[in-house]
Design a protein around this ligand. Structure first.
Ligand SMILES: [Zn+2]
Length: 309
């Protein structure tokens, strides 16, 4: 295993580069990108566990970018702080785009260009279940994806159809790469402070390791029962008021339209208003005790793919 740095930008003494860990050579080639969003950090703990378990030699090449948004990480924020850009939107960047964000995006596209599979590690910012976001793939790539889904040790699959509701994510890196024939596996972990224990992190790492074996990088370690987790569409509950959220519902709970998810405590009057679900489904993500501002997401109620809203 070796590490190198890919130069991104001359920042006058604090030059910016992307760290890369490389293991093996040839094909198949898998790229893992972590921390495209600076405040999403669970992937670091999973990579820590994964690197300890990786065999000394593998068939093919594994490249890992442990930290794609170093400036966002130290600023503890989602976007790149130099230009405020979301590094997982606006793909592919146009020729005229400039600045650090465009340079990072171009390097990521170039690195993924030689890979057959991209595993893109993200973290939800509210307490949530773990998920793979399933982007629409052509049939051959779909089969690769399904084999990985069955071993990744995530609780759910969230389908990301090519429709209006998911329009904000359609300029994500993953969509651009699927167009180029890459199989893309975005994984969303729960927030680091909501992870129960080290066993949960190790289970995610074991899932990644099994997926790498499934992709042909190493021998399959253990034979085990494989099943693709249940799949859902996400329905986001957006707040039409501001206040301090007090959650009363619990993750995984099945909710009906009108069920109370929690309360907003008004900051002036210290009176409570219920927050009700406009959807039915399974409570997939729910804010904790935190300030919610008009327009913020409070919850995600997932409904089974194929069922009607
Ligand atoms: Zn993210």
């Amino acid at each position: 295993m070796k590490s190198r740095n890919i130069a991104i930008a001359d920042l006058g003494g604090h030059d910016l580069s992307l760290p890369m860990i490389e293991h093996g050579s040839g094909r198949p080639e898998v790229l893992i990108i972590n921390n495209l969003h600076g405040n999403e950090i669970t992937g670091f703990y999973v990579l820590d566990a994964l690197l300890r378990e990786l065999p000394n030699s593998i068939q093919g090449r594994l490249r890992i970018i442990p930290c794609a948004n170093l400036l966002g990480l130290v600023a503890k924020q989602r976007a790149n702080p130099l230009d405020g850009a979301d590094l997982n939107r606006g793909f592919p960047p146009s020729d005229k785009e400039r600045g650090v964000q465009a340079a990072i995006k171009r390097v990521l596209l170039e690195l993924s260009g030689s890979a057959q599979v991209l595993i893109d590690l993200h973290t939800f910012t509210r307490p949530s279940l773990s998920a793979v976001l399933r982007l629409p793939h052509p049939p051959k790539q779909s089969r690769t994806l399904e084999r990985c889904l069955a071993v990744l040790n995530v609780e759910t699959v969230i389908d990301i159809p090519d429709n209006f509701e998911e329009r904000p994510v359609q300029s994500a890196l993953g969509f651009a790469l699927v167009q180029k024939g890459v199989t893309v596996i975005p994984i969303e972990f729960p927030p680091a402070h909501c992870v129960k224990d080290n066993a949960e992190i190790e289970s995610f790492a074991a899932g990644l390791l099994s997926a790498l074996a499934e992709l042909g990088l190493m021998k399959k370690i253990v034979k085990r029962e494989q099943h693709v987790p249940p799949s859902f569409l996400r329905q986001q509950v957006i707040s039409d008021a501001s206040g301090l959220f007090l959650p009363t519902a619990t993750l995984r709970q099945s909710v009906m339209v009108g069920d109370v998810l929690g309360f907003l405590i008004h900051p002036r009057s210290v009176t409570k208003t219920p927050v009700v679900s406009p959807y039915r489904g399974m409570l997939f993500e729910l804010a904790q005790r935190q300030m919610i501002v008009f327009g913020d997401k409070i919850a995600t109620v997932a409904r089974s793919s194929g069922s009607k809203a």
